[in-house]
Every structure is written in structure tokens, then in C-alpha cells.
Design a protein around this ligand. Structure first.
Ligand code: ZN
Ligand code: MN
Length: 255
């Protein structure tokens, strides 16, 4: 099988794959606490694993993941006050996305896919893409195209029903919960310790954000719901659904 990680290719091999029209997938993650039972890098490892499998299927390449992301928000990531969570300003995320895309375009890449693994990045990825496309137009490049996606948007109701058996708490409180833990159990079991899962009810928040944040809103575990029912088998199922869905989408989206 062809190597897909750009960083592991020699430049002439990379240049030739780009010349042949390979799309480039860029995982965008975060360094963020994910509870006492799991490492702090699921938001990097999960979109990377998905991007690599998709790239193998569609003849794409995978750029090194962006390992830091926008500030963890209390109602989606536990909050940026938690130890270990190490975040960038929105302007920085935007600039990294813009700069990387413009470099890829300079190499001749014309199809890029931002594979997001950290909810809070979304708006800043969009802004980085918009600025890159605008500046590339100023440079006379009009055929550079981008797709922005978050992998969990490819998990359909059928999969949710199968895993949660009617107890789905909603994506908003899945931080450090079943979804990410199941995927990590399948892909990186050495980075998960299920004996340390704190089994608590999903976090409940008022319908507004408050700043400075009220730390007591975040469950002491740092997770927004319990990972107790996560299994490696569920992780495999979620991975397959995401890889298939994203591969199918990319096969037609650029045409
Ligand atoms: Zn996460
Ligand atoms: Mn996150």
C-alpha cells in the first residue's frame, strides 16, 4: 500500500503524488484533558486515524496533524481552566490553517480536506479556509478547493441507536464520553484505563455561556458524560462508519 503520511515521504515522491492530483487531508485537533481515564490527545489521534484510512482508500495524502486547537469551552470540552488543556487563540488557529493551505497550494495541491477532531475549532477552521482562498485568488489561483468536516457528523442514527440503546446524551456532552473512549479503545488501548472511568450523569448546563467560567459547572472528572459503556467493538463500528462515509463523500464532492 502507498504511504499516505506526507511527512514520511521524500519530496520528489510527494511532488509526484501532488502532480497526479492527490487530495490532502489535514487532521485538526487539540491538546485537551479527556477525563482521568484517557490521554489528552484523542482530538488529534482520532481524526488522524480516520484521515489515514480515508487517504488509503481514495489515493490521498495526510498532512501532519495540527496538535493544538481553540480554547476548550465549558459546555463542549469541560473548559479551558482544566490542567493540561493547552489552547491557542482563535487568531492563531485561523492563521495556522491559512498558512498551511497556502503552502499546499504553492506545491500544486488543489484539493484539501480539513478533518476536525475538536468541536471548538470549527469556526476558526472556516475562517482560515476563507482567508486562504481569498489570498490565493489575489495570487491568481482560483481552482483551490477545500472541504471542512468533523468526523462525528458522519455517525448516523442507526449507529447511535446500536451503541447507546436509547440513552444518547447528545454530541454536545460527548466530551470524554462513549464516542471518543470507544474509538480510543479500538485504536490506542494503551492510552485508556477503563478502571478509572468516573460513572456520572451527563452534565447539565443552562442555555447560555458565562464568563469568567464557573468551574463548578464542569463535572469533577472533566468529562461531560460517562464513558462506562464504551467498548473497543463500538470503536471499530464508529471508525468503519466514519471512514466509509467520509470516503464516499470525498469521492463525489470534488467533482
Ligand atoms: Zn475530544
Ligand atoms: Mn475537544
Amino acid at each position: 500500500m502507498k504511504r499516505v503520511r506526507i511527512a514520511e515521504l521524500a519530496w520528489p515522491v510527494y511532488a509526484q503524488r501532488v502532480e497526479a492530483g492527490a487530495p490532502v487531508l489535514i487532521p485538526v485537533g487539540a491538546l485537551e484533558q479527556h477525563g482521568p481515564h484517557m490521554s489528552m490527545n484523542p482530538d488529534v489521534l482520532l481524526p488522524t486515524a480516520i484521515a489515514e484510512r480515508v487517504a488509503e482508500r481514495i489515493g490521498g495524502l495526510v498532512a501532519p496533524a495540527i496538535a493544538y486547537g481553540y480554547k476548550s469551552q465549558q459546555k463542549s470540552g469541560g473548559g479551558n481552566h482544566m490542567p493540561g488543556t493547552t489552547s491557542l487563540d482563535g487568531l492563531t488557529v485561523t492563521s495556522i490553517i491559512r498558512d498551511v493551505l497556502k503552502e499546499l497550494a504553492r506545491h500544486g495541491v488543489r484539493k484539501a480536506v480539513l478533518v476536525n477532531g475538536h468541536y471548538e475549532n470549527s469556526a476558526f477552521i472556516t475562517e482560515g479556509v476563507d482567508l486562504a482562498l481569498r489570498e490565493l485568488r489575489w495570487d491568481g489561483i482560483h481552482d483551490f478547493r477545500c472541504i471542512i468536516l468533523s468526523y462525528w457528523d458522519f455517525i448516523g442514527q442507526q449507529t447511535i441507536d446500536e451503541i447507546y440503546q436509547g440513552d444518547f446524551p447528545g454530541w454536545a456532552v460527548e466530551h470524554g464520553g462513549v464516542l471518543e473512549t470507544a474509538l480510543m479503545l479500538h485504536l490506542h488501548p494503551d492510552l485508556v484505563d477503563m478502571s478509572l472511568v468516573q460513572d456520572h450523569r451527563p452534565a447539565e448546563f443552562p442555555p447560555y455561556d458565562f464568563f469568567p467560567i464557573k468551574p463548578e459547572w464542569t463535572p469533577p472528572s472533566g468529562c461531560l458524560s460517562s464513558a462506562k459503556r464504551a467498548t473497543a467493538a463500538h470503536g471499530q463500528l464508529i471508525l468503519d462508519v466514519c471512514v466509509q462515509g467520509i470516503s464516499a463523500a470525498l469521492a463525489t464532492a470534488f467533482d
